[in-house]
Design a protein around this ligand. Sequence first.
Ligand code: ATP
Ligand code: MG
Length: 428
Amino acid sequence: MSARSTAPLGRALPKGVRDLCATLSKQGHDAWVVGGCVRDVLMGRTASDWDVATTALPADVQRIFRRTIPTGIDHGTVTVLLGGEKYEVTTLRGESGYADGRRPDVVTFGASIDEDLGRRDFTVNAIAYHPIDDAIVDPWHGEGDLERRVIRAVRDPRERFAEDGLRVLRAARFVATLGFELDPATEAAIRPNLPTYAKVSPERVREEWLKAFRAAEPSRAFRIMRRTGMLEVHAPLLASVDDARFEQAMTRLDRAPREPVAARVAALAWDHRDRRDEVDAWLRALRFSNREREAALLVLAHAEAPSRALDAPASRRFLRSVGPSEAFWVLETLEAEASSRRDATQAVEAVRALRGRCAEVLDRGEPIDLRSLAITGADVMRLSGRGPGRYVGEVLERLLDEVIEDPSRNEAATLAARASELSREASR
Ligand code: ATP
Ligand code: MG
């Protein structure tokens, strides 16, 4: 048992969780809150979701609570709905045999809380709190590691990483999300287990990457991935650059905006902006969503915009191409990149100048898209005396090109005359 006060846990525990544990207790079962929520509260953070471990069997949990969902019933997890909240309630487990390096072959119920904590990944994730007894259970000294800010595997890291290939990646991302260091023995166990890590599905890799990207300093995770060889496994493109470039990428990564996540993806992929098809293939392989992938590529495609956009038409062209709703985070990402360069001052100036001009364009309502034209597709059809067709879009795009160069042309009569001319050309 630990010397640390249980008071923060007592205070942070939502009433729903306390009620849930009390109900289990009245039925003769023990219940603890466990894992990330305990860790986060002891760190002074707010817990995102509360997980409960109990001696009750899944069938008991389903019987005791009125509203339940058999979320992961084979692994002992039942979701309990209580007071508008959802809680994952899992029967204490011991595990053995991980033939595929992903999922335990056998799950055994009826384990003790110590055994249950002993199969968890890191000491800081293996602390339990018993609300009814108001007691912390910490057989792996997770509180000491929280104090020292260290991620350390529970028991022998080599064995634990061989059991489940995802754990090496979780280690790296917790270093970033918690801002901790990785225990050297735990780190040393990563490389020998890369073959197991290679079996982890791309979906799960992406999930952990996304968590790392949202950290204050994602570079903490990516540096570990690089020096242990993990980066090579799922991102050979990124692993291929030399140390100096990689370090520059890390600076860029930390400075890029947190939202949307594509900003940080783009920061990582920056060195490969001239090979966007390779970046595209890599992001597809890692199962990034279309939106995330396209947004990251959008940044790379506009890498040179600040150095080229020296006048108002160029900033309108930039806004047209990037889209006004994306433009400002793209510019923030470009600024993060500029600031990590050797000639930072000039490069940053160029991005800021472009941002200033973009803001002006939008303030003045200057034309940057088809909607801002003083003429519509219906007008184009009427003026040409023709029905719908591809020419309508082509004519409008041409008019927009011209108006972007010279906004004074964005006037109904001028555009009508020009539309008639262009339609005649298009019909030939
Ligand atoms: P986060 O704040 O990112 O959700 P978390 O610690 O809550 O972090 P989860 O993935 O929600 O992480 O898992 C909850 C708990 O389950 C962990 O704290 C850990 O005790 C245990 N756990 C999760 N994944 C593993 C794993 N691959 N191997 C061993 N234990 C795990
Ligand atoms: Mg969690």
